[in-house]
Design a protein around this ligand. Sequence first.
Ligand code: AMP
Length: 934
Amino acid sequence: MQQNQLMSEWLASTALGGANQSYVEDIYEQYLADPQSVDASWQEIFNTFPKLSVSEQPHSQVRDYFRRLARDNSPQGVTVIDPDAGAKQVRLLQWVNAYRFRGHLEATLDPLNYYRWKRSTVPELDYRNHGFTDEDLNETFNIGRYVFDKETMTLKELAQSLKETYCGNIGLEFMHVSDIEQKRWLQAKIESSLNKPLFSKEEKVRFLKELTAADGLERYLGAKFPGAKRFSLEGSDAFIPMMKEIIRHSAKQGVTDVVMGMAHRGRLNMLVNVLGKKPAELFDEFAGKHSGNRTGDVKYHQGFSSDFATEHGNVHLALAFNPSHLEIVSPVVIGSVRARQNRIHDKDYSKVLAVTVHGDSAVAGQGVVQETLNMSDARGYTVGGSIRIVINNQIGFTTSNPNDTRSTEYCTDIAKMIQAPIIHVNGDDPEAVAFAAQMAVEYRTLFKQDIFIDLISYRRHGHNEADEPLATQPMMYSIIKKHPTPRKVYADRLIQEGIISGEQEIEMINLYRDALDNGECVVQEFREMDMTKVDWLQYLDQDWNSPYQAHFAQDRFVALAKRVSTYPENHKPHSRVEKIYNDRLEMANGNKLLDWGMAETMAYATLLDEGVHVRLSGEDAGRGTFFHRHAVIHNQNDGTGYIPLVNLHAQQGRFEVWDSVLSEEAVLAFEYGYAVTDPKTLTIWEAQFGDFANGAQVVIDQFISSGEQKWGRMCGLVLLLPHGYEGQGPEHSSARLERYLQLCAEQNMQVCIPSTPAQVYHMLRRQALRKMRRPLVAISPKSLLRHPLAVSSLEELTEGEFQNVIGEIDNLDPKQVKRVILCSGKVYYDLLEQRRANNQQDIAIIRLEQLYPYPHEEVKAILAPYAHVTDYVWCQEEPQNQGAWYCSKHNFEASIPEQAKLRYAGRPASASPAVGYMSLHTKQQKALVDDALN
Ligand code: AMP
């Protein structure tokens, strides 16, 4: 009784009372669940505990442990319990952990030491807040093997070490990483770097040279083209040595290709000082010289490719072209990296690295960052981790107050959603920056996960060079005006360290300026790239009529059709899927006409058979939104999937089908990146419903429709956009055809509306086999997937080809025809059925299967027998202000005889794409069909 009382008094008097006791108990319970999940220093303590019996509670063991510690620490023979001895150790570990968790908050990260970073101190980092006093400073503690490679330290030494490690020019945020091995590695990396010389003299001189180049280029451009927009890097100059260090260090780890994406800031610097673009070419661009027949793009959107020599071999560098929409290039880069990894069979992601560069306001503000990070570990989209750099100049255009730019502590807090570690680093310390670069490369190499570097710096000028930043940021810019450049800061440091002399500093500056005057490449490591890896030349100057082999041998077709319609005997599909596969087998055997799902599958099968790769991704792409595809058969007994298209034969092309993360913007951008990198894979993105592509509008406007014209980058991407007015309401009816048609010009892309299974088959094959690589927007059906009239014969597939326009199919006498209806898509079947029901022999119905490029000659040929007709109708399901009417009317008018009139039959103009009531929909649909026919 007395014992118990003593114990509870003791507990109450120690730091184990209250919160601390429960803190230790929590860790102990965590340890019991998984010993590896707690820090090694805790493991050492808990390993000494006897095995827990069933009835024992963890907290009693914790209590016993400290009782034992207290007894052991008490003077020999005296049974007085020291209330503090054991708890001290716990408090010490808590304090150390506080640095690991929150040390970055006191790190010296901001070169300007401006308001955001003048934060109040973090109380947990003060040992006095963990029950220690100054009298303890010289006491020696066991700090556990995992801290600073030492067993013991005095409190004073430990305080110093913690501060230097966690509160210097690097602030490491890593305690949110739950993987214990990763966490330990990060901790060891940062803690073991303390007091060690990190870089040799040669390396330091190299960093200064690279800073001199970064600084020199901006000054040169500023002097030569005053006021011209260049989105200067000045203030964040350390970005250049950082990038070069990432490339060098990656090469050491076996990387052969680095694909990069970045917005405007510093891009010209990157082009000249990392990728090796000739300064003379850049100067020409500044001077407004125009070359080639493309309409081009501004200089700070340009991409570039080159090879970069390192002592571990050449690394191929590709900087992606990008529009002004800052963050959208990241998923494009990731798609490109995935394509390259597939191309060289880089299965363990060790050879191709993605580096995406972000702005501080954009990384926190733009949703596509979240979408991109959400794809980082998803099977269909992962590239084994990327290095994400934030050029954090603490301002976005004229907005710098963190109360306006975000609602998070750091702009990089989004990284925590995927538990990516974040290395915050002071941009005025190039050695810390290079250390961060190496750490990021090593982490990504080891763990194949994303990691962030937050390069905290500033922007010396306005958003662009014509701006006056003092107008909106008077306090910040009064500091910046007085602040020495990063080059100067580092040069002074190296002079002070005796590594260079003042004369050498000046010589470096002059040498770089002379090189710019020369106009030739200023990157020593630059090498001409090896162009044999991908041959884009064969796709140059191809047009819509480039010939290809449309026909496919029938016996081989039938063999493939059987192959894709069967699955292993022990694989049990759902009964509805089984029925679809049984039907497909019937189609293969010639007993049934082919439906949409089968024809589409056969397009893939025949392409794969010919060695073409196919990649299809989108929301629910495996099954298909409308239950028609079933590219993956799910075994009802064990949930495993079987993909017939992967199992054709050993020499077939690669087939991938991925149910995408629920995103349109990042996924479509990813697929664009894939297609723009790999001309040999038929790359397809499917929208769940056509108008879901609205969420990816920037990809369509800024890349798909205009990328070739702006940047000369060809792209054979296919968009499958389900469309059709079937009474499903405003959001599930229209693929917004009008939007695509409005973007069409200069033969930039194709817009097709296939209306039969044979047509979808040929459309996809043509896209892959014809040597032209231009985007294909395919308006695909919903109800037609199962429409009894929308079927095709085997011969139509094997012997036919894509028809840009399809003439009248019923046996009408053209001379009797008094009206010709032109239409596209599903409404054709409504018209056909109604005309047949009405027994109207004097109306011909013509289908336009490709609306852009408009097939003038073919339409003319098909309309030739109706030269006498003066009554032409364009019939569409969409409201008048939508669909093809306004965008393609001029083409229809050009196709009909001169004396003829073209009339519109369709829904009246409407603000909404479709009505929400089935009854109203039916009424409208009947009215437009009647209007066309009567
Ligand atoms: P990359 O592998 O992306 O660095 O590209 C290397 C070179 O291939 C580029 O410099 C271009 O000449 C060519 N190239 C790459 N992608 C395309 C494309 N989509 N269209 C045309 N040419 C391309």
